[in-house]
Ligand binder design. Structure first.
Ligand SMILES: [Zn+2]
Length: 299
């Protein structure tokens, strides 16, 4: 089901918000690798930038087949943003294919990243944005890159960055208020891949996932069997789908364990404008509400 969405979104890169405005010589053309990052760039850049997201709404940022139009957008970009930490494995190939001469700004630089064991290797968890505390560092890096590229608008970028940082602080307080009120041993949920590590670290929620940190590898039968055992021993009662992944595996695990569906989470991709998560702010609140409601129901 999701692979269809992915193909569509790969063919039609999303022009976010600013694309409706007439092009002006003073508007900075920027490209972001995926929708969550594109939204944050838009928050900081305001009217002074146009932002094109390469991976579209509901698309998977790990696995992406860029189209010729994506290559064109990238080549024309004055500033390009990636999250980094291994998320956009497809970006180097696209840079080469497009003839883009710049160096993408890695917005996750400076974040206290977490590592995990996957198939015997230590890998960095790229899903930093699922904690708004980390997104504050994105904002700093984005503000600096935009001001370097367009010094005339530096004051506006600074004001936008300060305003949006306050929004991120509010999101963090909102999540803490909801989770801190719940007993810690109840804060356990099942998702399809391990994208909530930073969220779990901040709000002390355990997320169990049949896939690892990337959607590129498939879970083995032994991994799935081990996970089912773990869910039974730890009495996990709720499971979630993701908007950008195939839900079959998580359904299979839930069936074997009797866990109840909690709904859909937006882990690494915004919804389209009509969906419940068209901005990072809405996405984060939506996820917090979904998870806390499900935990409250199964407690
Ligand atoms: Zn992911």
């Amino acid at each position: 089901m999701r692979s269809k969405t992915l193909l569509l979104s790969a063919a039609l890169p999303a022009l976010i918000a600013a694309s409706a405005m007439p092009a002006s010589a003073e508007t900075l053309k920027t490209v972001a690798s995926f929708t969550v990052l594109a939204d944050v760039v838009k928050q900081v850049g305001g009217d002074h930038v146009t932002v094109t997201s390469l991976v579209g709404p509901n698309g998977d940022p790990h696995e992406f087949e860029p189209s010729p139009a994506d290559a064109k957008h990238l080549k024309a970009a004055q500033v390009t943003f990636v999250s980094g930490e291994g998320l956009e494995g497809w970006m180097d190939r696209l840079i080469t294919a497009s003839g883009y001469k710049g160096t993408p700004v890695t917005v996750s630089e400076g974040i206290d990243t977490r590592t995990m064991e996957e198939d015997g290797k230590t890998v960095t968890d790229p899903h930093v944005w699922n904690s708004p505390v980390n997104v504050k560092i994105w904002v700093k890096n984005i503000e600096k890159a935009l001001s370097d590229a367009d010094p005339a608008d530096a004051a506006a970028f600074k004001a936008n960055a300060e305003r949006y940082t306050r929004t991120l602080d509010e999101l963090n307080s909102y999540a803490h208020a909801k989770f801190d009120a719940m007993p810690e041993d109840r804060r356990k949920v099942l998702t399809s891949h391990d994208a909530f590590g930073y969220f779990g670290r901040e709000y002390k929620v355990s997320f169990l996932a049949p896939l690892g940190v990337s959607t590129e590898t498939e879970a083995s039968a032994a991994d799935v069997a081990k996970l089912i055992e773990q869910i039974k021993t730890e009495h996990v009662k709720t499971y979630f789908f993701e908007n950008s992944n195939d839900p079959r595996l998580v359904k299979q695990v839930a069936k074997a364990t009797g866990a109840e569906p909690g709904g859909e989470l937006y882990v690494e991709s915004l919804s389209d404008a009509k969906g419940p998560a068209p901005t990072y702010e809405k996405m984060f609140r939506y996820n917090v509400d979904q998870i806390t409601a499900a935990i409250a129901k199964s407690s």
